[in-house]
Write a protein that binds this ligand. Structure first.
Ligand SMILES: Cc1cc2nc3c(=O)[nH]c(=O)nc-3n(C[C@H](O)[C@H](O)[C@H](O)COP(=O)(O)OP(=O)(O)OC[C@H]3O[C@@H](n4cnc5c(N)ncnc54)[C@H](O)[C@@H]3O)c2cc1C
Length: 395
């Protein structure tokens, strides 16, 4: 059941992007790569097969600095730059998109909004525990009837003395059944979207698991159900109002996905390249046939283009210049690229490609979620379309 891995990541850096990285970036990359090889790769097929989340990895993810790599260290983050954040996501997703999702949600969707929009008291209360993996967090934006259109959300809060009374439901929430806290987006009585921290154990709050996923099977997903949940006013994030709150978190997470998907693609490419040299048909290794070379050459070409896009996006992000539309383009392109690479790699493996002897089908199925969550493939296209035409085709 072990997936084929290589120690030499040959041809993974075709355009020598390594030369553009700092020593700190390389150290972070190597630490995460080694952690994934040791802790994730040996167990991930088994956990995915059983549709079970390897919760024990939360602590390890915290130790390697995967939660909020670019959030300041004094608030529980890694204190690194945006490039390091991206590199870490690539290495995690080489292991599994579900493991990368655990880190993305914790860092970009839970720690980031508390860091960016929370009071000093909220930051001190939650961030160190989230950064150390003592607390698991989740992010509730999507609703059963409002996915691509979160502005239509019906989850709401009504003022009652020192509290708000929260009602509604969220759907498809990564980590929700095991989360200690949830950052939830809800409309107030004026119809303005507010962010609040809902804690496990608050009466009226439940988080049932969603079963039956064929994708991200090693990541736990659930609902958030609120029935007259009394949330103290001190749990409302004071420094943001409106859809820009959740959307800025999504930009942060989508940035990480643009980098992360490259990792899944590299793992598929790596496996296919090795298989093409080992598997003999018609008296020759598969890699000697032109059609196999075409597949492999196109795979590494597309991976390299995605790496350059991510690297440039990282440079812009480090200067605070990466726009949401630029992030959308990179997320859309790189995830679609990874899915295509997974499909081509599956073909190179022939029948063996459908088994869990190789990581291909797991990555491919995972990437179907990655293509859809954090804004679907088509929604990101519409964001680019709106950016270049100035015309809104959403509604
Ligand atoms: C495993 C998993 C984990 C997730 N984790 C989280 C999480 O932690 N927190 C969270 O809040 N959400 C999470 N999501 C939800 C995810 O972000 C949504 O599934 C996604 O935004 C799409 O919403 P939807 O599924 O309701 O699809 P819909 O919005 O119903 O879209 C269905 C299809 O219609 C298309 N479509 C919709 N509107 C338009 C339009 N205007 N023009 C053209 N096409 C359109 C879409 O592109 C898509 O192809 C997760 C989802 C999954 C599957």
């Amino acid at each position: 059941m072990s997936s084929v891995k290589t120690d030499q990541y040959q041809h993974h850096d075709y355009y020598s992007i390594d030369d553009l990285l700092s020593e700190d970036h390389k150290l972070a990359r190597d630490a995460v790569r080694n952690w994934v090889k040791k802790e994730v790769s040996p167990i991930i097929e088994d956990y995915s097969n059983r549709a079970e989340c390897p919760y024990h990895l939360f602590k390890g993810l915290a130790e390697i600095g995967a939660f909020g790599p670019s959030i300041p260290a004094e608030y529980g983050g890694g204190g690194m730059d945006e490039m390091a954040y991206g590199i870490i996501m690539t290495e995690l997703e080489r292991g599994d998109s579900g493991i990368r999702s655990m880190a993305s949600v914790q860092g970009s969707l839970v720690m980031y909004p508390i860091f960016k929009f929370g009071s000093e008291e909220q930051k001190r209360k939650y961030l160190p525990k989230l950064g150390s993996g003592e607390f698991i967090g989740c992010f509730g934006l999507t609703e059963p009837d409002h996915g691509s259109n979160p502005a239509g959300m019906i989850t709401n809060i009504k003022e009652d003395g020192d509290s708000y009374i929260l009602n509604g439901a969220k759907m498809w929430i990564t980590n929700s059944p095991v989360a200690d806290i949830a950052v939830v987006w809800a409309k107030d009585e004026q119809g303005i979207i507010r962010g609040l921290v809902v804690e496990k154990g608050m009466p009226g709050f439940t988080a049932p698991e969603i079963h039956g996923k064929w994708s991200l099977r090693a990541s736990i997903t659930g609902e958030l159900v609120f029935q007259d949940v009394r949330v103290p006013k001190s749990n409302v994030l004071p420094n943001v109002q409106g859809l820009k709150g959740p959307l800025s978190c999504l930009s942060k997470a989508r940035y990480g996905i643009a980098w992360g998907a490259i990792g899944a693609a590299l793992d598929c490419y790596d496996s296919a390249l090795r298989y093409s040299k080992e598997r003999i048909q018609f008296g020759k290794p598969l890699g000697q046939f032109q059609l196999t070379q075409k597949k492999l050459a196109e795979m590494i070409t597309e991976i390299t283009k995605a790496q350059l896009l991510a690297w440039r996006l990282g440079s812009l992000a480090n200067q605070g210049l990466a726009t949401p539309a630029q992030i959308s383009m990179a997320k859309r392109n790189n995830v679609a690229m990874a899915l295509e690479v997974a499909r081509e790699a599956r073909q190179i493996h022939g029948g063996m490609g459908i088994t869990n002897e190789y990581p291909i089908m797991r990555h491919m199925m995972n990437l179907e979620t990655v293509l859809t969550y954090e804004g679907t493939h088509d929604i990101h296209l519409l964001i680019t379309g709106m950016d270049i035409t100035g015309l809104n085709a959403f509604s």
